[in-house]
Write a protein that binds this ligand. Structure first.
Ligand code: PNS
Length: 160
């Protein structure tokens, strides 16, 4: 039987419970998920790609169905190389829609074989983003319910 494999791409700077929610939901649909951190030198990031991968590896070390990786260049080319025909993304609110729609249609144009699948997170994460977590954390706010413990530790180490 063909394995149903999806790529879950993103910045993950840092990974939040919202990302984990999408991965966990994705695992009910797909046999395997490749969580892949984009290597984007032009974007100001708090954590290096290596650090972001380490945080994700730490969270999913005991789950053989989740692979942690990084990619550069076109997402559809990377997905083909990894043998995945689905791109998984989370859709939090209407505000995400336009950007995600544009991205999904561009990826379809680039490679019609690769489908984009969107999953909605639990409502408690619809307001959550890596940026807001970084802002709250830098101002000494409590993010303990928004990120895994290991990520909270890394945020404190970086920001405080
Ligand atoms: O977590 P993010 O920052 O919203 O993730 C955006 C990401 C990494 C999914 C997107 O920037 C991407 O796929 N970049 C790869 C470049 C690409 O393939 N562009 C063409 C399709 S829009």
């Amino acid at each position: 039987m063909n394995e149903k494999k999806a790529i879950y791409p993103g910045s993950f700077d840092p990974p939040t419970n919202g990302h984990l929610d999408i991965i966990d939901r994705g695992l009910t649909v797909f046999d395997a998920i490749i969580v892949s951190v984009i290597v984007n030198p032009s974007k100001d990031a708090l954590f290096s790609v290596k650090e972001r991968k380490e945080m994700l590896c730490d969270i999913y070390s005991s789950n053989p169905r989740v692979e942690i990786d990084s990619f550069e260049g076109l997402l559809v080319e990377y997905a083909s190389k990894k043998g995945a025909n689905t791109i998984l993304r989370g859709l939090r609110a209407v505000s995400d829609f336009e950007y995600e729609f544009q991205m999904a249609l561009m990826n379809r144009k680039l490679n019609p074989e690769i489908k984009s699948v969107y999953l909605m997170p639990s409502p408690e994460f619809t307001f959550l983003s890596s940026s807001i977590v970084k802002e709250v954390s830098s101002l000494r706010g409590d993010v303990s319910t928004l990120v895994p413990v290991s990520v909270e530790k890394q945020l404190k180490k970086k920001l405080l």
